[in-house]
Design a protein around this ligand. Structure first.
Ligand SMILES: NC(=O)c1ccc[n+]([C@@H]2O[C@H](COP(=O)([O-])OP(=O)(O)OC[C@H]3O[C@@H](n4cnc5c(N)ncnc54)[C@H](OP(=O)(O)O)[C@@H]3O)[C@@H](O)[C@H]2O)c1
Length: 283
């Protein structure tokens, strides 16, 4: 079985290493703060004291680090010991521009670096479930897919543009943080008018607008006639929400949505469907 190095024994990296050990791989690990490697060492991994030591004899190296600065530092430290043709698979959530720069620089140096960020939490990495994105050369995707599929639920290949996975990953995370903020505003408004969070959650069991559904409605909405629900009418409802919530300082998204609608109405867009706020094709 392939020897695999996992560098970064944080919440996610530890789960990957333990799962690979369960599958019978020899696993070599390194972490900047060595004590965090202890549980994985006790489970059977070889704990290395440097990145260079960790990658010795590894057929594949997985990086699970905070972001670009750590990724660059760890790759520089491990490079002298990397075997010929060893894949470096980076699961860290990074800045797309830095992934592109790193990819070009490392490829020029003959290193097989690929970015494979994940929609996986610690339990997913421990249980090999969730979604892993991957971009890079098609033949390398073919070579790596069987191994990556054992580490996650699904691998979504996004083509050969090296930073595409990074771009799609931050898009997905954007949805996670904005949905969380939206739920926070609704919980705040509910608390202000005596509706508990359980009742709000029960509503969304019955009425569940999806991100993709709302996005599809927004495409071309600025030109669609007649509108389904005008911006002016939706702004009236946002006013009702703000008044019900009381102090706007307790809200995250709603005041910004109100301001964006006010600007659109001032521009003469009050009779457009309100989803034209998000129309990517608006001229
Ligand atoms: N947790 C999640 O649910 C989740 C989900 C999807 C994606 N991610 C992404 O996965 C990556 C890891 O996340 P995590 O939750 O596992 O974070 P974490 O527990 O904070 O782990 C971060 C790791 O990076 C290491 N590190 C940070 N700076 C370093 C440096 N300059 N040099 C060397 N090592 C350094 C840390 O080492 P020390 O232990 O020494 O600090 C630690 O091993 C991040 O990019 C995160 O955005 C996380």
């Amino acid at each position: 079985m392939d020897t695999i190095a996992v560098l970064g024994m944080g919440l996610l990296g530890r789960g990957f290493a333990l799962n690979l050990l369960d599958k019978g791989h020899p696993v070599r690990v390194w972490n900047r703060t060595e004590s965090r490697s202890t549980p994985v060492g006790e489970a059977g991994a070889t704990v290395a004291s440097t990145p260079a030591d960790a990658v010795k004899g590894a057929q594949r190296v997985h990086l699970v680090l905070t972001a670009d600065e750590a990724v660059d530092a760890v790759i520089a430290a491990m490079t002298p010991s990397l075997g010929e043709g060893t894949f470096i698979v980076d699961h860290s959530t990074n800045l797309p521009a830095k992934v592109a720069e790193r990819y070009a620089r490392l490829r020029d140096a003959g290193l097989k670096y690929l970015h494979a960020p994940v929609f996986m939490g610690p339990q997913n990495s421990r249980e090999a479930t969730g979604l892993m994105l991957l971009s890079g050369p098609a033949e390398e995707e073919t070579a790596l897919r069987p191994a990556l599929e054992t580490m996650t639920g699904r691998v979504l290949y996004l083509g050969d543009e090296p930073d595409k996975a990074a771009k799609i990953k931050i898009t997905g995370n954007g949805m996670l943080v904005m949905l969380t903020a939206a739920m926070g505003d609704l919980f705040t408004m509910g608390a202000a008018c005596g509706v508990g969070h359980e009742e709000i959650l029960a509503l969304f069991e019955q009425f569940a607008p999806s991100p993709a559904g709302m996005g599809q409605r927004a495409v071309g909405a600025s030109r669609r006639k007649p509108p389904g629900f005008t911006m002016t009418m939706a702004r009236k409802d946002v006013g009702l929400m703000l008044e019900t919530a009381g102090d706007p300082g307790t809200l995250t998204l709603l005041p910004a949505v109100a301001a964006a609608m006010d600007r659109a109405i001032e521009e003469g867009r009050g009779e457009e469907d309100f989803t034209s706020l998000a129309d990517p094709t608006r001229e």
